[in-house]
Design a binder for this molecule. Structure first.
Ligand SMILES: Cc1ncc(C[n+]2csc(CCOP(=O)(O)OP(=O)(O)O)c2C)c(N)n1
Length: 667
């Protein structure tokens, strides 16, 4: 029947059914995937894409496009069907046929680095909706800087029950509600089904009331009623608050036996159910075949934003050249020229006037300079601003309804902060840096992992980085966190030893455009151990010889951060006993281990005794000192006491190092 329908006479159901059948066919072909969500949410997505989304498939990265985030990443075939039908380049029917196959553009869950038109990586439930908060916030902030002619778009989210059950959703919606992010519109696929069965097995939250309590508009609609969805989105667009539209749907819509049950969630429908569903839709075409009329109507929807995009490009062109160049630089994620210079000048100043300060304070000193050189750097903290030292004097905080600022009070929401940072970075125009205590990276880790996986250049400013924080005790003292973060692929971990290394590490974190960085910074004061200045970034190899031996070294002491001072003291003690040692500072162990073998060998050297000193667990250091190397650090959790007592108690002292070295030497 639909074969003969001309593009103009194609109905909403025809369009939605095309999305459904492509998803069903792809899951069936892959013999794996989730057909239920695309079948249930196809009406919602169709209304959004054909009637609202400011989108041009010819350029899915156009900066002023509306963003669509499929928070329920398991329903990825919904998104791939839409990208294919609207005509995104490369999203061919072959890609749909290769769903979940190696190197396809259609991985199991959406990966923005694999698939054109995918805004962010989703799959771990809750991440999408929380990342969307960052997108929506970045849109308002960039709007405050550049005006509505250049920045004026919405962030739409399709979320499932699982997204809303995850704890991170609460941090996200509370923050979005507080900040009045009225450009954020969440379409909830309210199907009352999750994997174990009906939602009633485990949940009885009234989500509409929850969102309302968080400062949102929240309404209920029939998620299969095209007009009702349309009206709700229209109203949401005009709201002064973010909006939740609870769309009541049937999972696996149309499948004779599996519809409305968890059986439609995560496995292919099987031949019988597939045929039954297609019959229910009146769909009689071969797998993956879309009739011309429907194809044309979808292609038209894909060009819907074309005129808006061109008009936008004209407005951009009309800007003064320097303003335009700066906007383009920022949305492309190219770093400004002045960063390296600014850091080099700061280092000269620090050499002239050494600063014996905590590295969190050194970070603030660096930021005073860096925030001027890098106008896209947006800082923030999860309610530890005075401890993290992230708010420099030149930064003003954004507030509800006022987005002209570069500081974000994220509240006590580490996970929400890290996810919002992903969205801010992915939106474009900003580099986010967010702060808390290093121990609480555990609370932020799932979002940090997405940043690493997706290559997002976020910076985590993690202070109070060891037992050196003292009296707050073992609950607050990280011991395994450095190792855990270093083990995360594409995460870079910096632990600078003094003010100069801190400036160098900040420079590297910001120059990185292909992944996140963690700066582990101390609470306690440290002496400035670097005596020489110069533009060269000695931290760039991750490790370097800070203090050579006076002659041939018989031991090398490797140390990071606050323990470099202790290593230098040990070197002195050993020298008094006529035992020559050298000290290698290791501001980034993971960066060092990634160096070519030759560089590593040169820095590791050939002294027979190797020692590593770090107030954390040994894990990872064997790659430098070998299994027989001496490790001076933590072997368990910390304790509550003044930090100098703790260093003594746990044996992380110059005397202990010297004693162990001499004992090994005399063996
Ligand atoms: C953080 C996280 N925990 C668990 C999962 C595994 N998982 C995938 S979908 C899902 C729940 C499915 O229910 P719902 O969100 O309502 O999706 P629907 O069944 O409606 O497709 C779960 C637990 C996940 N993807 N992410």
């Amino acid at each position: 029947m639909q074969d003969t329908v001309s593009a103009d006479r194609v109905t909403h159901s025809d369009l939605a059914n095309a999305v459904r059948v492509l998803a069903m066919d792809a899951v069936e072909t892959a013999k794996s995937g989730h057909p239920g969500l695309p079948m249930g949410a196809a009406d919602i997505a169709t209304v959004l894409f054909t009637k609202f989304l400011k989108y041009d498939a010819a350029d899915p990265t156009w900066p002023d496009r509306d963003r669509f985030i499929l928070s329920a990443g398991h329903g990825s075939m919904l998104l791939y069907s839409l990208l294919h039908l609207t005509g995104v380049k490369g999203m061919t029917v072959e890609e749909l046929k290769n769903f979940r196959k190696l190197d396809s553009k259609t991985p199991g869950h959406p990966e923005n680095f694999m698939t054109p038109g995918v805004e962010t990586t989703t799959g771990p439930l809750g991440q999408g909706i929380a990342t969307a908060v960052g997108f929506a916030l970045a849109e308002r902030m960039l709007n405050a800087e550049y005006g509505s002619d250049l920045v004026d778009h919405y962030t739409y989210v399709l979320a499932s029950d699982g997204d809303l059950m995850e704890g991170i959703s609460h941090e996200a919606i509370a923050l979005a509600g507080h900040l009045k992010l009225n450009r954020m519109i969440v379409l909830w696929d309210d199907n009352e089904i999750s994997i174990d069965g009906p939602l009633s097995l485990s949940d009885s939250v009234d989500q509409v009331k929850r969102f309302q309590a968080c400062g949102w508009n929240a309404v209920r609609v029939d998620g299969h009623d095209e007009k009702a969805i349309q009206r709700a989105i229209s109203r949401a667009q005009k709201s002064d608050r973010p909006t939740l539209i609870a769309c009541k749907t049937t999972i696996g819509y149309g499948a004779p036996k599996k519809a409305g049950t968890s059986k439609a969630h995560g496995e292919p429908l099987g031949a019988e159910e597939l045929a039954g569903a297609k019959a229910a839709y009146g769909w009689s075409h071969e797998p993956f075949v879309i009739p011309e009329g429907i194809k044309a109507a979808w292609a038209k929807a894909g060009k819907k934003g074309s005129r808006q995009r061109k008009a936008w490009a004209e407005r951009l062109k009309a800007l003064p050249a320097d303003k335009r160049a700066e906007f383009e630089r920022r949305v492309k994620g190219v770093r400004p020229q002045g960063l390296a210079d600014a850091v080099a000048k700061l280092k000269d100043r620090l050499i002239a006037e050494p600063q014996n300060v905590a590295t969190r304070k050194a970070s603030e000193i660096a930021l005073e300079v860096i925030t001027e050189a890098v106008p896209e750097l947006v800082l923030g903290s999860a309610d530890l601003t005075p401890s993290n030292n992230t708010k420099t004097k030149n930064l003003t905080a954004i507030s509800p309804g006022n987005y002209a600022g570069r500081y974000i009070h994220y509240g006590i929401r580490e996970h929400g902060m890290a996810a919002a940072m992903n969205g801010i970075a992915l939106h474009g125009g900003y580099v986010p840096a967010g702060a808390t205590f290093l121990v609480f990276t555990d609370y932020a880790r799932p979002a940090m992992r997405i940043a690493a996986l997706a290559g997002i250049p976020a910076v985590y400013v993690m202070t109070h980085d060891s037992i050196g924080l003292g009296e707050d005790g073992p609950t607050h003292q990280p011991v395994e966190h450095l190792a855990a973060l270093r083990s995360m692929p594409k995460m870079r971990v910096f632990r600078p030893a003094d003010a100069i290394e801190t400036a160098e590490c900040w420079q590297m974190a910001l120059e990185r455009t292909d992944g996140p960085s963690t700066l582990a910074l101390t609470r306690q004061n440290l002496p400035q151990v670097r005596k020489q200045g110069g533009a060269e970034n000695l931290s760039a190899t991750g490790a370097y010889e800070l203090s050579p031996a006076n002659g041939k070294a018989r031991a090398t002491i490797f140390a990071s951060g606050s323990e470099v001072e202790i290593a230098l003291a040990a070197q002195k003690l050993l020298a008094e006993k006529n035992f020559e040692a050298r000290v290698v500072s290791v501001p980034s162990l993971d960066l060092f281990l990634a160096q070519p073998e030759k560089v590593r060998h040169e820095i590791i050297g050939d002294a027979p005794i190797k020692v590593a000193v770090e107030a954390a667990v040994r894990f990872g250091w064997d790659s430098v000192i070998g299994p027989d190397g001496i490790f001076v650090g933590m072997h368990g959790f910390g304790a509550s006491a003044p930090y100098k007592d703790l260093y003594k108690h746990f044996g992380i002292t110059a005397e202990a190092i010297a004693e162990k070295v001499l004992r090994t030497h005399n063996l």
